[in-house]
Design a protein around this ligand. Structure first.
Ligand code: EPU
Length: 338
């Protein structure tokens, strides 16, 4: 079934709680609805597809059509030894999916517990936390190709997964493939990854169920990140930059006596954006209706639900400028600006 609403208020569909409207909001609950929707939309109308709206900043009203999947099923599709394949509809809330897997004793996604957003978007954004990324468990992404008008299953190996990245974000692909479900590979035997320091410290003995890991992850998240139910934000606002060794030398020089946290990454050295922003004094900063979260400076918050897109963009720019002038690194937003 397709539901459609004109001149729709999107504040309940973006976790930043931006009060913006779209020309039309359309929600569907079956893959078979997608070809019908695309055959009936005029070609001159802008269309975007959103998930849980947890990684978006609407910078203004959106005059076109906003699509949202309400496809919400979870089903086991097969087993090979200890590996269990589970397919989930794109509109399933990721954390509800993970809770379901943990209650069935299936390992693989428990480190992503508490992550906001929906299953379809997790396959676009390759969400990650505490050493695990969605792509580690994705087998295939089941889509409708709006260009060739056909349903296509794309294996994870063709999705070009990287840090918060996939083909679904690239020009030519973005907006072309509508994800209706995602198939994941889980393990029926323990495969805990508690290598992330705060998580490791939560266990005196190795966890024996994914539910134990889930509980520990949620505790760590709650101690650092704002509760999406009460403090609107879009999670990490900036990506952790990957820089060259000469840029890293410049950061070390600017840091003086301070040790610069860093990790080896594909293509260079990864420095936590949180650290760079923290060093520029932004933690806990607030101005008008926007603020920088006092426990994790990567997160811009809208505590009173009154911030305008212009206020968020203004703060974003000031943070980028200050990190750039102190460390010579230009931060990129992780949050998609629409
Ligand atoms: N740090 C500071 N000051 C702070 C907080 C952190 O200097 O107030 C420095 C510390 O050196 C710390 C480092 O930043 O070791 C990394 O911090 P943290 O472990 O909290 O992780 P992060 O790199 O800042 C990433 C993801 C988060 C995810 C966590 C945990 C990105 C952009 N963010 O944050 O994802 O929850 O790791 O795995 O990659 C999200 O995407 O919305 C998100 C919250």
């Amino acid at each position: 079934m397709i539901k459609s609403y004109q001149n729709f208020d999107l504040s309940g569909h973006n976790t930043f709680a931006m009060k913006v409207k779209c020309g039309c909001f359309m929600e569907y609950d079956a893959a078979a609805d997608i070809p019908f929707i695309f055959s009936s939309i005029r070609k001159d109308i802008d269309v975007i597809h959103i998930g849980g709206g947890s990684n978006l900043l609407f910078t203004a009203d959106f005059p076109g059509i906003v699509l949202h999947s309400a496809i919400r099923f979870i089903r086991e599709t097969g087993r090979e030894g200890n590996t269990v394949f589970v397919e989930a509809g794109s509109g399933v809330v990721m954390d509800e999916f993970i809770s379901h897997l943990c209650s069935r004793g299936l390992w693989g996604l428990e480190n992503l517990s508490g992550i906001p957003g929906e299953v379809g978007a997790s396959a676009v954004q390759n969400v990650g936390a505490y050493g695990v990324e969605a792509a580690d468990a994705i087998v295939s992404v089941n889509t409708f190709d709006t260009l060739n008008n056909e349903f296509v299953t794309i294996p994870a190996s063709d999705c070009s997964y990287g840090y918060r990245d996939s083909i679904f974000k690239r020009p030519g692909y973005k907006g072309r493939y509508i994800i209706h479900s995602v198939t994941f590979r889980l393990s029926a035997i323990p495969t805990p990854d508690i290598s992330y320091p705060a998580l490791r410290d939560s266990f005196a003995t190795p966890p024996s169920t994914p539910a134990e890991v889930r509980e520990a992850v949620i505790k760590v998240r709650d101690s650092k990140l704002p509760d999406p139910a009460t403090v609107p934000s879009a999670g990490s606002f900036f990506k952790n930059p990957v820089i060259s060794s000469s840029q890293f030398d410049r950061v070390k020089e600017a840091a003086g006596d301070l040790a610069v946290p860093h990790y080896d990454a594909e293509g260079g050295i990864k420095v936590p954006a949180a650290w760079l922003i923290d060093q520029c004094g932004w933690k806990g900063y607030s101005d008008g209706n926007v603020a920088v979260w006092h426990l994790q400076p990567l997160v811009i918050v809208n505590p009173e639900r009154k911030a305008t897109p212009a206020e968020v963009i203004g703060l974003e720019k000031r943070i980028i400028d200050s990190v750039s002038s102190r460390f010579g690194i230009t931060l990129s937003p992780e949050v998609e600006h629409i």
